[in-house]
Write a protein that binds this ligand. Structure first.
Ligand code: GRF
Length: 220
């Protein structure tokens, strides 16, 4: 652990493969961020095992233990702040977040979504992409705003839709890109290369709005 790396708080509810991608990226001492805390709303989330294996501290906070959503989100804020978290990464956190959380972490809160936003916000994105007959699908890392799956776009990665794809086969292709896009987005923020300009996230120097495939190369 080198000093000065951006401290991430990763929020999970389930499998945790995107958490794993961030943990793996941070094993490189040259990666400018590290996972400081994993917070789950589910005690049984496999993501918690991934954190434990990597020696990352975890907190489980179940919403039903709190009087209301605001009280729950205040407890989340307190846990993340106690761990010195500087950037919150949603990684399959399956609860809608309210203003107590979203406004507190404004411009310090990002999400990964399995579609090329603004297409297909919400759930079941792969099946919906197939039903719509799109030729390209993908993933988006974006800053979080109160409206679900909205906010300035940081990184996108596209994959082709193949004839005969199922939601699962398409989803696997997208997920492989998610695992590259999320560490890239964190790197760009940690390197101070992102400036929020209204509804847009400008990346300086070099990249803007649409990230070419070359930028997703881990060596890039
Ligand atoms: C990913 O598809 C992500 O895009 C979405 O939830 C899923 C989480 O998967 N927000 P995992 O728990 O990171 O494996």
């Amino acid at each position: 652990m080198t000093g000065g790396r951006l401290r991430l708080g990763v929020l999970v509810s389930g499998r945790g493969s995107n958490l794993q991608a961030l943990i793996d990226a941070a094993t490189d001492p040259g990666f400018p961020a590290e996972v400081a805390l994993v917070l789950s709303n589910k005690a049984t989330a496999p993501a918690l095992d991934r954190a434990a294996r990597a020696g990352v501290p975890t907190v489980t906070l179940a919403a039903k233990g709190f009087a209301d959503k605001a009280a729950y989100e205040q407890a989340m804020n307190a846990a993340l702040e106690a761990a010195g978290v500087q950037l919150v990464c949603l990684a399959g956190f399956m609860r809608l977040l309210g203003p107590t959380f979203v406004e507190h972490w404004r411009d310090r809160l990002i999400n990964i979504h399995p579609s090329l936003l603004p297409a297909f916000p919400g759930l079941d994105t792969h099946a919906r992409a197939l039903a719509a007959g799109v030729r390209f699908h993908g993933c988006t890392v974006h800053y979080v705003r109160l409206e679900m799956d909205s906010g300035p776009i940081l990184v996108q990665a596209a994959v082709p839709v193949h004839p005969g794809d199922s939601a699962d086969s398409l989803g696997d292709r997208v997920l492989a890109m998610e695992h590259r896009a999320y560490p890239l987005a964190v790197r760009l923020i940690a390197e101070g290369r992102v400036r929020i300009d209204g509804d847009l996230a400008r990346i300086e120097p070099g990249l803007d709005a649409c990230v070419p495939a070359a930028a997703l190369n881990p060596a890039g």
